[in-house]
Each structure stands twice: as C-alpha cells, then as structure tokens.
Design a protein around this ligand. Structure first.
Ligand code: UD1
Ligand code: UDP
Length: 434
C-alpha cells in the first residue's frame, strides 16, 4: 500500500517513531510534516534522536489561531494528497494536524486510518476533543489504544473498522526504557541542566494544555509547583514554548526552587520521569508514561482520556485539577520524603515494561479492508446524542457511569471486520504497571 503519514507535533513524531520502522518493511510511506511544532527542541531534535526518516514534505505551518492553522494545513495538504493519490492517509492523535489531515483526505475520498481513535474527555471545550470526534467519525480504520476507547466509539455508533491495537507510546517506552533505568543517567542530565539530580530527589513537571495557559490557571499551577519545591527537592519543569510565552505575557513566575528548562529530548524525558519522586503534568503522553514507569503522578486537569492509566495505578495517579491543597496532600502520601529515594531506586531496578505490539497490529489492520462504513446512527431517525447544551457537552456516557464499566473484551466492536491479533496478549497493560 501507499500510505501518506501526517505528523506535526512532538507527540506525533514520537508515535511515528514507534510505527515507521514496522510500516516501512511492508509498505511505501510518504511522510508529511505540517510543521505545527517547529522549534528544534519540539520537533527537529526528535527526528534525529528517534531515527525517523526525513519528512518527504515539510509544510512549515505552525502558529496562529486554531482556524488559521487548520485552514493553512488544509490548503497545504490537499495538493499533496491529490498528487500522491495514496491508498490511505494515516493520522495520529487529536491535534490540528490530525484534523486537517482527516478533512483533506475525506474531501478527496481517500480513506483515513486514525491512530489513537476513540479517546474522549467528554469536554468539548478542549480543542483536542473536537478534533478527535471529527477524526473518528470520518476515519475508515479506527485504531484504538484502549478498551475504553473502543467502548467510546461503540457508544457513538462506530463499530466498523475498529481495532484494539495497543499503545504505540508504550511500545517506544518499552524499547528505550532499558537505556535510562540506571540512575547514573541523572548525572549528565543534571550537569546539562545545572541542577543536582538524585533518585527521588526532585519532581518532574510539564504543562501545556490550552486551559492551563489562562492567567488564573497559570497562577494556580505555578503555586502548586512552587509548593512542591524545596531546596532539597527542586521541581524541574520542561516547559513548552507556548506556555513559556503565556507565562511571560501574564508575568507569572514560580518560586526559587522551581527550575524552568527547555523541552527535553525523549530519553531525557523518560529518565527524568523514571527517577523522580513524582511527576506533575497535564500531558496525555507523560501521564501514561508515568503510569507505565510506576511513578506517582499528579494530573493538572479535571478529567483524563486515559482512565485505564488511573485505574491501574493503584492510587499512584491522581487527578488534582488545580487544587493546591490536594496536590500537597497527595505528594506527601505518594512521595514521602524519608522513603522516596529508596522507592525511586527500587522502581528503576525492577522496571520491566512490555511492548503492546501496537505497531504490528496497526499495520495488520491497515492491510485488511474494513468494508463499508456502518450506517450512520442518525439513519434510524433517532439521534443518539442530544444537541450540545453549552460549552461542556456531555458525551454519550451517563453521568457517574464509567464508560469502561462493561468492557466488552479485546476486540469489542461486535461487527469488526478484523480477526483477533494472533498471539497477542489482550490485556495491553503491563502487569503491575502504573
Ligand atoms: C498541540 C496540540 C495538543 C498537544 C500538543 C503537544 C492542538 C490543538 N493542540 O498543542 O493537543 O498536546 O501540541 O505538545 O493541536 N510554539 C512554539 N514553538 C513550537 C511550537 C509551538 O513557540 O515549536 C508556541 C507558539 O506560540 C504556538 C503555541 O506554542 O502558537 C501553541 O502551539 P500549537 O501547536 O498551536 O499548540 P500546542 O499547545 O503545542
Ligand atoms: N516529552 C519530551 N520532552 C519534554 C516533554 C515531553 O520528549 O520536554 C515527551 C514525553 O515523554 C511524551 C511526549 O513528549 O513522550 C508527550 O507529548 P506532549 O506532552 O507534548 O503532548 P501530549 O501527549 O499531551 O499530546
């Protein structure tokens, strides 16, 4: 098959690094980078570090409002897709690059494979939620990372073309974690960052969600980070350039024991998480990595798409929103100062993170025709979803009901055209992880 893969942001480059080597053994890939992220530390560095192919096309379309950015990407992608006439377009996740890729392909009648299909926060104030919903309703292959994601799709009437494939990011973390498990890696990182780093002797943080770039939110999480930091336990924040700029505009700063550093490379990010006392983040990827590595994690959001990571964390992952008191209480509970160095050493020494086999499962799914799309649920004359009542549109899930309470099993879409993946563990989460 000829497949156009569209990336644009840091996490998409990371996911592409997990998939590309497998995909290219069997198919022709045209690799297109929208340039949504363009700083060396957000994009270029990952191409080199993760051994990705040089993009065949680079659009350089970062920055601007959501509409500006998406519109420019649509215009940029359309002629490429028309000229290449691929068998499929592959998009990852929920960014504006994802949305533009899906729309451009759908308008040209090119089938779309959506990696990380089915995730929902049920909060349509999030730009990512809008992007995911559109992508999933237009995609032909819906490659879901978790059972909850499969269930979410089913609740929206999407069952055809759905395959539970596992999580590409876990696979990459599995491949690379052995390289960072020795705590001696902290010496070089600490030297480079100008901070003394010991196992359990610091907290690692990242913040970039749109809602956390509002002035009040920035003041709130800056207070949380400052409260977590002390001379004996600094907080290292690898700060997204967009958040850094927003902090500058709002004149928000953190306390003296909070070290704000540039975005780090992938291995450094994994190492800083693995050996930390705890992680504080609003990132979807960092949240999951912390869970897989077994590191306590405080999530600076009111909800998460990664319910399994929370459920499997044995209480080590906590959604704290921007609640400073909760942050302090949970940090004391999860990273007690007298034990934290021992806990961090034990965690690193016993780390055993399996691969989910997602790359192979995705390529296998792509090689099978998903058949015609299931009829639209509306065709029964009844819309399954009420009109949005306001900014916080409810998802299909009933309040108070866990969307994965009735996990249907591995290949949950009753009508899936895809056979089960041969020999693959259906529990995609590592035993005891998180
Ligand atoms: C995007 C995604 C988000 C994802 C995140 C990963 C959307 C709607 N959001 O958010 O889902 O979690 O990427 O990191 O697509 N900037 C730079 N240099 C860069 C990149 C960004 O300075 O290399 C600054 C610019 O001021 C830019 C701002 O960050 O306007 C926001 O960047 P953008 O790509 O629009 O959104 P992210 O916040 O990165
Ligand atoms: N990451 C990184 N360097 C950093 C911060 C994060 O390499 O300084 C990695 C992190 O380990 C994870 C991915 O970036 O693999 C998550 O991407 P991001 O937080 O940008 O986006 P999200 O996952 O929230 O969409």
């Amino acid at each position: 098959m000829k497949i156009v893969s569209i990336v644009g942001t840091r996490p998409q480059l990371i996911k592409a690094a997990a998939l590309q080597p497998v995909l290219r053994t069997r198919h022709e890939e045209i690799f297109v980078d929208t340039g949504q992220h363009w700083d060396e530390s957000m994009a270029g560095a990952f191409l080199a570090e993760l051994g990705l192919a040089r993009p065949d096309r680079r659009l350089g379309l970062g920055g601007g409002t959501h509409a500006d950015q998406t519109a420019a990407m649509l215009t940029g992608l359309e002629p490429i897709l028309a000229a290449e006439a691929p068998d499929a377009v592959r998009v990852y996740g929920d960014t504006n690059s994802t949305l533009a890729g899906v729309l451009a392909a759908a308008k040209l009648g090119i089938p779309v494979a959506h990696v990380e299909a089915g995730l929902r926060s049920f909060d349509r104030r999030m730009p990512e939620e809008v992007n995911r919903v559109v992508a999933d309703h237009l995609a032909t292959w819906l490659l879901a990372p978790t059972r909850t994601a499969v269930e979410n799709l089913r609740a929206e009437g999407i069952t055809r073309g759905v395959t539970l494939v596992g999580d590409l990011m876990q696979d990459l973390a599995s491949r690379v974690s052995a390289e960072v498990r020795d705590p001696s890696v902290l010496e070089g990182i600490g030297e480079r960052l100008g901070v003394s780093l010991t196992p359990g002797g610091y907290v690692f943080a990242t913040v970039h969600r749109q809602e956390n770039r509002e002035a009040a939110a920035m003041a709130a999480w800056a207070a949380i980070l400052s409260g977590a930091a002390s001379p004996h336990r600094p907080v290292i924040v690898a700060l997204h350039p967009g958040t850094r700029a927003a902090m500058g505009r709002a004149r928000i700063s953190c306390g003296p024991d909070v070290a704000i550093v540039e975005p780090q490379g992938y291995r450094t990010s994994l190492a800083l998480q693995l050996h930390a006392a705890a992680v504080i983040t609003d990132s979807g990827g960092v949240q999951r990595e912390a869970a897989w590595l077994g590191v306590p994690c405080l999530v600076l959001r009111e909800s998460t798409e990664w319910l399994e990571a929370v459920d499997d964390s044995a209480g080590r992952m906590v959604i704290i929103g921007l609640d400073r008191t909760k942050a302090a209480t949970e940090l004391t509970r999860l990273a007690p100062v007298p034990e934290v160095a021992r806990l961090a050493r034990e965690r690193a020494a016993t780390l055993d993170l399996p691969s989910t086999g997602a790359a192979h499962a995705i390529v296998t799914a792509l090689e099978q025709s998903p058949g015609p799309q299931a009829p639209c649920p509306q065709s029964s004359g009844e819309s399954p979803h009420p009109q949005s009542p306001g900014p916080q549109a409810p998802g299909p899930q009933a309040p108070g009901e866990s969307p994965h309470a009735q996990s249907p099993g591995p290949q949950s879409s009753g009508e899936s055209p895809h056979p089960k993946l041969p020999g693959k563990s259906r529990d995609l989460r590592p035993e005891g992880a998180g």
